[in-house]
Design a binder for this molecule. Structure first.
Ligand code: ZN
Length: 418
């Protein structure tokens, strides 16, 4: 006991002489990537970094570039092995809480990816600086595409949809609940031209949309059904909407506005009564749209045929909306004939149309997900994509399509390149 006491004193004395910590200790909040071979550039984010800070890879010094007190860039040194990543700075030694894996050769992807054990959700680690840019809807397209290319360095071109779930507690832009980037369209008769930008993102043409949910609960609380529907709609016809409180009429482009085909993209369910109060321009409308996708939405998606279309009305020259009474000067009736005349026949036709899709759910994060966090994402994926009523109030994709459509989110390990 005495011996240990004395040797501790000596140790403190010796270390105090040579390496007394000065100033606040560095704090490492995030490191990315968390694997790489010799030479790989690694970004460390945190605070209290100084120009004398040095990054060690399992004890071996890496070339360190000081960018700011919050940012260091270090290169994996030759001869390093897997283990702690450490900052040595003014007598402080601080380890990051996740280890760094040193690889013999460069990985196929420059970012670090993790796959959950249930095989239906993965995560992608972005350096904080890159994440902050990527997290914003105005992320420059070249950086956006470069990051997406790296997804395809890691995964095969097996997906119709990429679902990017940003690991934020709250929305970075309070007005944006989710968004859909159109990547390619090969369907005719829905009002959208054929186009194919998939190559710019690393897909050879299979990818249709990249759907972003800006918060970590977006899969089950965000407008995911809505964003998925944007892959096919609305480009079928122009729409107007009206602010019931102010009477302001506005272009409702991309959504259903004051249309009776209401579903995931807004609109209403139909006209209940004409000539309300003997006024020829007043209609009582059914504002109770069903959960999930409407009849016309299912048609555009290719899940029902034209013979199943229910006619509906689209209103223009809107005057007012008081409770459920709409006053509008123009009413356009959309029947199967008008839809097929205006838009052309849907190609591929319902019988040939794709009804099963494959999606990759990828959590975008700056630090690796804890087991609990990863499990929560996995449960959300299960809820939203399960081909069954999953037993909660959530309307999942299968329920929204009345069991006619399926997005398969599992078996991700089969699509991973290494
Ligand atoms: Zn929308």
């Amino acid at each position: 006991m005495k011996y240990i006491f004395y040797s501790l004193i000596v140790l403190l004395f010796v270390s105090g002489c040579s390496d007394d910590p000065v100033g606040p200790a560095p704090v490492i909040e995030a490191v990315a990537p968390l694997n790489g071979n010799a030479g790989t550039s690694v970004t460390l984010a945190g605070k209290n970094f100084t120009s004398s800070s040095v990054v060690l890879f399992n004890g071996v010094k890496g070339t360190t570039h000081f960018r700011s007190d919050k940012l260091l860039i270090a290169n994996v040194p030759a001869g390093a092995s897997s283990g702690n990543i450490t900052i040595q700075s003014s007598g402080h030694h601080v380890d990051f809480r996740y280890p760094f894996e040193v690889l013999a050769t460069a990985p196929t992807a420059s970012h670090t990816f993790y796959l959950h054990s249930n095989n239906r959700v993965a995560s992608m680690l972005l350096p904080v600086t890159e994440y902050n840019v990527f997290n914003d809807i105005s992320c420059p397209l070249d950086l956006y595409q470069q990051i997406l290319h790296d997804v395809y360095n890691k995964f095969e071109d097996d997906f119709d949809f990429l679902f990017l779930i940003h690991n934020n507690e709250t929305r970075p832009n309070k007005d944006i609940y989710g968004y859909n980037r159109w990547i390619s369209n090969a369907v005719e008769g829905i009002g959208i031209q054929r186009f194919d930008y998939a190559g710019d993102y690393g897909s050879s043409g299979r990818l249709k949309s990249i759907i972003t949910m800006p918060t970590r609960n977006g899969l089950v609380t965000g407008p995911l059904l809505h964003e998925i529907m944007h892959t096919w709609a609305n480009s079928a016809f122009p729409t107007e909407n009206i602010n019931a409180a102010t009477g302001e009429v506005y272009n409702s482009s991309g959504h259903w506005g004051m249309s009776g085909c209401g579903g995931a993209l807004g609109g209403f369910a139909g006209v209940l009564e004409e000539n309300v109060g003997s006024h020829p321009d007043k209609y009582r409308i059914d504002l109770n749209i069903a959960n999930g996708y409407s009849n016309f939405e299912l048609y555009l998606m290719g899940l029902i045929g034209p013979e199943e279309l229910t006619p509906f009305d689209v209103f223009y020259d809107l005057v007012s909306l008081q409770m459920d009474v709409l006053e509008a000067k123009t009413r356009v009736r959309y029947t199967r004939e008008k839809i097929e005349t205006d838009l052309g026949l849907r190609v591929p036709a319902y019988t040939e149309a794709q009804k099963e899709f494959k999606g990759l759910v990828l959590v975008i994060t700056t630090i690796p997900l804890s087991t609990d966090e990863f499990n929560r994402f996995d449960q959300q994926v299960d809820q939203f994509f399960k081909p069954a009523d999953e037993g909660t109030a959530l309307v999942n994709f299968w329920e929204a399509t009345q069991g006619l459509g399926l997005i398969q989110a599992g078996n991700l390990s089969q699509s991973m390149k290494e």
